[in-house]
Design a protein around this ligand. Structure first.
Ligand code: DQA
Length: 140
């Protein structure tokens, strides 16, 4: 089973970016953790990140065409992008929405997600462990 882990803007900066909010783990470290846990669970996990919205749309289309489950942290696009939400709506396999921080305890503009209405599940505020929990759920 293949699982795509798709990350939106600024998440390439994990580890350096506001560590008090997002922690000190880098995206490479997280990707390695996900790949290792995936192997244990019999899933081939591929982690990607982009700062370009069109690229994210194309990855979501690829997942829909291949019926590949997705763990999605759309980062700021969560709160702004109808286009990303429309791409998620085309899913043919589960999509789990993840946020490292508890967006509901932060600024009001982070409280609304265009993605959530189309997500099969949402993990918020559990740090990068949220990705691992999403992986365990999808692999089950
Ligand atoms: C985030 C929360 C978003 O509000 C923010 O724009 C991000 C990261 C999170 O993982 O906590 O870039 O999705």
């Amino acid at each position: 089973m293949k699982i795509l882990v798709l990350n939106g803007p600024n998440l390439n900066r994990l580890g350096k970016r506001e560590p008090g909010i997002y922690g000190s783990e880098t995206l490479d470290d997280l990707a390695a953790r996900l790949e290792k846990r995936g192997r244990e669970l019999g899933a081939a996990v591929e982690t990607r990140q982009t700062n370009h919205e069109g690229e994210m749309l194309e990855w979501l289309h690829e997942a829909a065409d291949g019926s590949v489950p997705v763990i999605l942290n759309a980062a700021a696009w969560t709160h702004t992008s109808v286009a990303v939400a429309d791409a998620v709506a085309q899913k043919t396999a589960p999509v789990i929405e993840v946020h490292i921080s508890n967006v509901h305890s932060r600024e009001p503009f982070r409280h609304h997600s265009y993605i959530s209405a189309h997500a099969d599940g949402i993990l918020v505020g559990l740090g990068t462990d949220g990705y691992l929990l999403a992986l365990e759920h999808l692999a089950r």
